[in-house]
Every structure is written in C-alpha cells, then in structure tokens.
Write a protein that binds this ligand. Structure first.
Ligand code: NAP
Length: 640
C-alpha cells in the first residue's frame, strides 16, 4: 500500500469519465476536482449540500443537482486531460476555507476550519507535526521516551517523537506491530469506520480496496506506516512490560520488562507513554464452569485457526461488535451453530459494508487521489458532532427504550430496518433491542444478520445460560446443549486499564490501588502524582457513535510531544497534573456522561465499571478534545 500516491494521467473519454463519476458523492468530488485543476468556480452555490440535512444520505442534494455537478466535474477533468494532466499548485489557505465551507454547506467557525485543514492535509503539509526539535531546544539534555505498545497509538506517537528528534523505544509484547489489528484475526474482522477517515491524517492513501477494510488490509497499512516512518528498529518485540516505577531520586521511569525467553530486564526512560489500548485483554464470561468444557474452546481475540469448524457443532456466546462479525462466517462453515445472545445489538444499515470499491470510485481515486482527502473531511463533517445530540438525554423524556424525542426517532428508523429484514415475528422479537439506540456501539449490517439467522444450521438462543459443562452449555431451565467447539465473543477487560502490569508513581504510589477500580485521568492522559506518565486511549477517551479513535490518538500524540517540549524548554525534570485540575475535569466528565444515552441507559456495556461509572467514554464534542489537547497548559501541572 502506498501513502499518498501520485495521480495517474487521464486517458479516458468524456463519456467514460462521466460514467466513472456516476455514484460519487458530489460535494467531495467537486472539491477534489477543484484541487486538481485549481478551478474553484466548480464550487457553485446551487450545488452546495444542505447543512441541515448532513445526516441524510443525499445531504440535501437533488438528483438534478448531482447530475449537474458530475457533468461539471467531467468537463473540468476533460480540460485537465486535454491540457496534459498538469496538476494545479496546492490550494492556498483561503481556497481551502472556501472548499471546506462548500463541503459543509455553511460558514464554518475558525476553529473547525483549522481542525479540518489538519485532517485534510491536502497540500502534503502535516500540520500536526511538531514545530520544534530536541537538537535546538535542549541539545545537551539526555532524554528518552519509552512507549508501551506498537499498535495504532504507539506508531503515531513514535512518528511524532522522531519528527521532534526525541529518542524513543517501543516495548511491544507481540512479535509484530499492529496491536488490535494483529491480535484480532477472527474470520470476518473488519473496521466499522470508513477507511478514508480510519487512517492517519499524516499517512493517507487512496488505495483502500474497500470502504471498510478487513483486518489483513489494516494490518498491512499499519505495517506500511511503521516502515515508512522507520519505527521497527526502535521496537523491542516480544517484550512485555511487567512493572513501571518512578524514581523520585533520579526522576526517571524504571521499566521492568520480560523478554520472550522469560528473562527480565530494566529499561530507563524520562517519559513513559502507555499505548496499550483499551480492548486487548480478553474477558471470559462470569458463567459457572467456564473452564470446564472438554472440547475446543477459545476467545475471539485468540482465534484458534487450527480448529477446523467444518462438520462441527459450534456454540458462540455473545453478540457484540466482534461476534457480529464472525457469527456469519462461522455459520457458513459449521455443521450446526447455536448463538447465545444476552442483549441484541442495534444494527446500522450499511449496504456497502462488505463491498469492494466500485470501479468508478477506483478510477477516480487513481486519477484524482485527493478525493480520498476530501472524502475524509466529508465523513468527518457529516459524522462528527451531528450525531451527539441524538444521544443526549432529555430528563423529561419518560421511556426506557429511548432517551429523547430525537433518540426515539432514531429508534423508530432503526426498528423499521428490522421490520424489513426480519419478517418472521418470532425472530424479530428476539433480535430487536429494547434499550435506547446509541447507548452502546451499533453493528453495521448489510443484511447478513438476517441471512445468518434464517439459515437452517443456525439457532439464536436468547435463554439464560445456567452453566458450562464438560459437554456444552446448560441453560438455567435445565436444558443442555452439546457442542464440539465453544467460542467466546465476550469482549475485553476494558475497565482494567494498564493491567496486568503494575505501575508505581511518586513516593511509590500504586496506580491500581489509587484508582481502586475507578480509572481516571486528566484528558484521559495524565494522573496526579504519576509524573511524566501519559496514557493513550486512556479513561474517558472512547467514542460510542461518532468519529474515529485514530483522531484521538493523533491529538494525544501531539499533546505528549508538546509536553516533552515543555519539559525541555522549561528545563524541568518532571510534570504531574495538579489534583484539583484533574478532579474538576473528572467531575465535568461524569456529569456529562450521565446526560448521554450510554450513561443513562441500564443496558450492559463495557463502558461502565463495576460501580456503574462510565470509565470509557468522551461525552463532549470532538472539537473540544482538539482544543484542549493542542498543547499542555503549564498552569495545570506541577513542574519539578
Ligand atoms: P462486547 O461489545 O463487550 O460484547 C461482548 C458480548 O458478550 C456481548 O454480547 C455480551 O452480552 C456478551 N456477554 C458477555 N458476558 C456474557 C455472559 N456472562 N453471558 C452471556 N453473554 C455475555 O465485546 P466485543 O464484541 O469484542 O466488542 C468490544 C468493542 O470492540 C466494540 O464495542 C468496539 O468498540 C470494538 N470492536 C470494533 C470492531 C470494528 O471496528 N469493526 C469490531 C469488534 C470490536 P451483553 O451485551 O449482554 O453484555
């Protein structure tokens, strides 16, 4: 996979170009063609999307407007072809603003323009790159950062540190980079955020083969990024961190690691970054007898590809985001499949979820690669804040199935999809959720859920499981089902941040004892009395319905690198967030989460810890995270 490939020369006829553009969304199309040709007159007022209808698939553009826009784009590309395919110079900042406001269909506040310009990276300028360097800021100061994890977040931070000339080492328990996309190799695994958005702003490519790539393609992308940014020579693979202890005397982290051969070692660093993710320690269900099954049994994140499911009686426990992807795949192989569902997922109709990019889109991306950039901000704009109000709680709304009138409209719209997909009343009753939409992650569906559960070899069991036995699953009513293979799609120990490693901060303070099951951090990143420790994808930085986790990781990486700059520029050894800043921030987060569907609804989710507190989710706007993480405020920190 190539990052930001050059455009191929156009040789297609006018008719072929028009045909290729037949299904392309016209706002990003016109912006991309205007970028390539420099012709901003394409962005006509009468072809703007409607800001009020940005959630609608058409974005308020009529078929006639779309036809006019595609003809305009075709004519502009034909002129470009006829004049020798000479691309225009990158657009100026005012031109980018014109294009972004065209895409949004409305004037856009300065902050959003700056944020979207960073996301767009249209001129090849990486606006989130550090604008300083260790060699100029503090050339004589010995400084080294240790990052735990070479997944998506670890790679982003490593790249940023390298750009600032800060030495770093990555400690990675696996033998390869990729994190979650390396570990989750279950059949059917793919991303549920479109790839033009689920990718780094600083490493965009127009070569995604599908809108939503499979695990193997994503792993290839992250490997390509690691190679492009020369990260692997800095990674100690098969090296698991077992303890990190802050030395008050030396003002460094002493990190105890266990190597593949079982020996332990100490790595010393001035700053420690945890990039271990939230979803990497499999959770086995709290069902009696969970270890008793005598047949083959495994968790989805530890998929055992040596177990041949053909001709077998298979049971799957769980119908969350992971299981929803591998249940259809297992159904096609197993002789019999019984799925145990405790809570049904809300399905989000996504007809193209498994599709290859259409030929026309492929042509456009090959010849106008900046379309990938414009599609990225198009997705960002339409799915960023617009969804959040639909999850906000109206306290006067009396229902357990929705949290507001707007949320109820979403519920009705989603329910209509179930009515079409599941005409059988008995199955409809089993699959339809009774909790508010947006209180847990939706599952994208192109009709495969209904196709799977109407197969002769598949049974959806919504009964209560009593125990797991040597032979299979015994229900609470005493019925026993026998199986050859048992697969757990039961999620991750998400609330147990940074386990099983131990972490000791200033004065030997134990992190997990301090948290006592209540993981909290300032901006998800820093913790009082744990100097120079930064968490990526830390507490309350997960998003349920909008955005991409890569967006958060990039902003966290910037905050971390700017924090290193603060340490070097201020000539101080350490920074620890002030307790009052951390506590006040967390009070705000808790209050805001309680007003969102995921906080108010009583449905089971991995967002809540054992006490019912939402430890995972970010309840504010994406813009606010960007504003708050551009650089650390020295006033928030105790500098030593
Ligand atoms: P999950 O959402 O936590 O789902 C776990 C499933 O196991 C749920 O259906 C749960 O039922 C069930 N379960 C747990 N304990 C059980 C028990 N004792 N008895 C019966 N059922 C039990 O985990 P996940 O599916 O691995 O997904 C976790 C997150 O990973 C997602 O929310 C998403 O953020 C991410 N993910 C993303 C993708 C993607 O991008 N495509 C794919 C997979 C995962 P209850 O609902 O009743 O608890």
């Amino acid at each position: 996979m190539h990052l930001d490939p050059e455009p191929l020369a156009i040789t297609a006829s006018d008719a072929e170009i028009l045909e290729a553009l037949a299904d392309i969304d016209t706002p990003p199309l016109l912006a991309a063609v205007a970028t390539l040709t420099g012709d901003l007159s394409l962005l006509r007022d009468d072809l703007r999307p409607s800001a009020a209808e940005s959630f609608d698939p058409t974005a308020g553009i009529s078929p006639e407007q779309a036809a006019t826009a595609r003809q305009l784009a075709t004519d502009a590309l034909a002129r470009y072809r006829d004049s020798g395919c000479v691309a225009a110079a990158p657009p100026s900042a005012p031109s980018v603003r014109t294009m972004l406001e065209f895409l949004a269909g409305t004037p856009v506040a300065d902050d959003y323009i700056e944020l979207m310009t960073e996301e767009l990276a249209i001129d090849g300028v990486d606006r989130r790159a550090p604008e300083w360097n260790h060699a100029t800021v503090a050339p004589d100061r010995d400084f080294r950062v240790a990052i735990i994890g070479a997944g998506m977040s670890g790679i982003a931070t490593a790249h940023r540190l390298a750009q600032a000339g800060v030495p770093y080492v990555i400690l990675e328990k696996n033998a390869d980079v990729g994190g979650t996309w390396l570990e989750n190799q279950y059949p059917g695994c793919r991303v549920d955020v479109p790839n033009h958005f689920y990718s780094y702003s600083f490493a965009q490519t127009s070569e995604w083969p599908q809108y939503f790539s499979t695990q193997g393609v994503l792993l290839e992308y992250f490997r390509a990024c690691a190679e492009e940014f020369d990260i692997c020579p800095h990674v100690q693979f098969e090296t698991e961190v077992v303890d990190a202890t802050w030395s008050d005397a030396e003002q460094v982290w002493n990190i105890t690691v266990r190597r593949a051969d079982g020996t332990t070692d100490t790595v010393v660093a001035h700053v420690l970054v945890s990039a271990v993710g939230q979803l990497n320690r499999p959770k086995m269900p709290d069902i009696p007898g969970v270890d008793r099954f005598a047949g083959e049994a495994f968790h989805s994140a530890r998929w055992d590809a040596t177990v041949d499911l053909a001709g077998k009686r298979v049971a799957i426990i769980g119908t969350g985001a992971s299981a929803a992807q591998f249940i259809p795949a297992v159904a096609e192989i197993a002789d019999e499949l019984r799925v145990f569902q405790r809570t049904p997922p809300w399905l989000l109709e996504t007809p193209n979820y498994h599709d290859d990019l259409p030929v026309g889109t492929r042509w456009l991306l090959d010849h106008v690669p900046s379309f990938a950039h414009w599609d990225r901000v198009w997705i960002f704009w339409r799915s960023h804040e617009v969804l959040v109000p639909m999850a906000a709680v109206d306290e006067s709304w009396e229902s357990t199935q929705s949290v507001s009138m707007m949320n109820d409209l979403v519920r009705q719209m989603f329910t209509e999809y179930y009515r079409v997909q599941f005409p059988d009343a008995e199955l409809f009753d089993k699959v339809l959720p009774h909790y508010p939409p947006f209180s847990k992650r939706f599952v994208r569906d192109n009709g495969i859920w209904a196709r799977t559960f109407t197969r002769d070899n598949v049974e959806l069991d919504v009964g209560k499981i009593g125990e797991i036995t040597e032979r299979g699953v015994k229900m609470a009513d005493g019925t026993e089902h026998e199986f050859d293979v048992l697969i757990f799609g039961t999620g991750f120990q998400a609330s147990s941040f940074l386990t099983p490693m131990t972490v000791h901060g200033a004065g030997g303070k134990d992190l997990h004892a301090t948290w006592d099951g209540e993981a909290r951090a300032y901006l998800g990143l820093t913790i009082p009395e744990f100097p120079n420790l930064f968490l990526m994808y830390g507490p309350n930085t997960n998003i349920v319905i909008n955005g991409s986790i890569i967006y958060f990781s990039e902003l966290e990486a910037r905050y971390i690198v700017e924090s290193v700059r603060m340490l070097l520029e201020h000539g101080v050894d350490s920074m620890a967030v002030r307790a009052e800043v951390h506590d006040e921030y967390n009070r705000r987060v808790d209050a805001a989460n309680a007003r969102m569907a995921w906080g108010a609804a009583s449905v089971n989710t991995w967002y809540k810890n054992a006490n019912g507190r939402i430890t995972q989710n970010w309840p504010f706007s994406l813009l606010e995270f960007w504003q708050r993480t551009r650089h650390p405020d020295p006033k928030d920190y105790v500098l030593r």
